[in-house]
Design a protein around this ligand. Sequence first.
Ligand SMILES: C[S@@+](CC[C@H](N)C(=O)[O-])C[C@H]1O[C@@H](n2cnc3c(N)ncnc32)[C@H](O)[C@@H]1O
Length: 397
Amino acid sequence: MITCEDENATLTSLQNTSLADPSITFIPNIRVKSPSCISTRGKQDDATYKDIQTVTIDIEKTKPRFRFIELFAGIGGFRVALDAIGGRTVFASEIGDAARFTYVSNFGRERICGSNGQERDVLVGDITEVETKDIPEHDVLTAGFPCQSFCKVGDRTALNDERGELFFEVVRVLKGKKPKAFILENVANLVTMEDGRVFGIIKGHLEDAGYTHSAFSYPSTPTTPPPLLRSILTQDPPPPSLLLTTHQLSKLKESYTFKKNPLWRIANVNGRARTLMSSYKSGYVMYSEFVRVSMDGAEENGVLDEEAEKEFSKLTADSETSQNTEIKKVKTESGDERALTLRFYSPRECARIMGFPESYRLDHVKNEGTLYHQLGNAVCPPVVEAIARRVIEALEL
Ligand SMILES: C[S@@+](CC[C@H](N)C(=O)[O-])C[C@H]1O[C@@H](n2cnc3c(N)ncnc32)[C@H](O)[C@@H]1O
């Protein structure tokens, strides 16, 4: 949580806070409250959003509790969270066509009519091309600035490459627009890399812009107790296309983590879902987690009953016997025989685990890979919502 100095914010040192905080819980079916969020239902083409109907919002008439902007908006994870507590996006910037298409498919193609009677698009592209004066006044700035240069996996160039440098776009807008508060999101490695030096520089720039701040490290998925995780996984059986290929399965079995503890790689692990990476499916050996596939109809949707669960645990707890998760032949819908025991999470399951509401549209994109990437890049709306709620209360908005 990061708030502005002159709004009674407290500067708390960096701390590791877990989701043990009872106010931060997984909230299924939170709804996107935007009136236009379902205005584009039925669109199936992921090539363009130009023909999605435009909705004009008169911001003065809608009188939101607070106004916010989203820099590096992605698919609008911040918006899902802040809409739910009465906020209204007045500006969003996202450079990627595919992410913009998902965004407008969910929130509509909006234009905002301001107090001066002028209309402008809510969602724009490259933030580096937007002048500060063209960004509307807002109470809260949100941004998930690109994380590639801060990730553990990658070249860790920090602020010294063109992706890392985008952090300075955040600073530019903070200095120019002086919102009451801001909420930023990035990878955990950002705070530890180079023994905290990089984060120190970032904090320095935020302080220089006139803000105090608190930093929290939260898991990127909400805490999901076992029954809830079961229900996340058991709706909408996913298509057979999600079954691991024989090659993927054999690679997975060779991998260090699967040999060490196969259950780590399978859904329903201690009832806690873990982070989804954007390279989720393609990086199956490194990142992916899986759901078991029914061999005999007993676990149709990939979740075992309690007895079977114990049995499976016995099989897989011991690295030597992990071979016992033997490959069996299953018939796919098309009648092909495939030798598989595991499947990937479906995009909808990923969205559920990340805390996106059921009303969040995924059906507009044909390419599953695009969805894994977008969901893996997104924030968890329930986590952001819980943090933002406190910020808004502290600001008495
Ligand atoms: C970590 S993701 C943010 C995800 C977002 N918080 C969400 O919940 O979906 C960073 C996003 O920044 C976008 N981006 C990168 N450079 C940009 C730029 N110059 N202008 C606008 N967006 C940019 C990327 O396309 C990516 O979608």
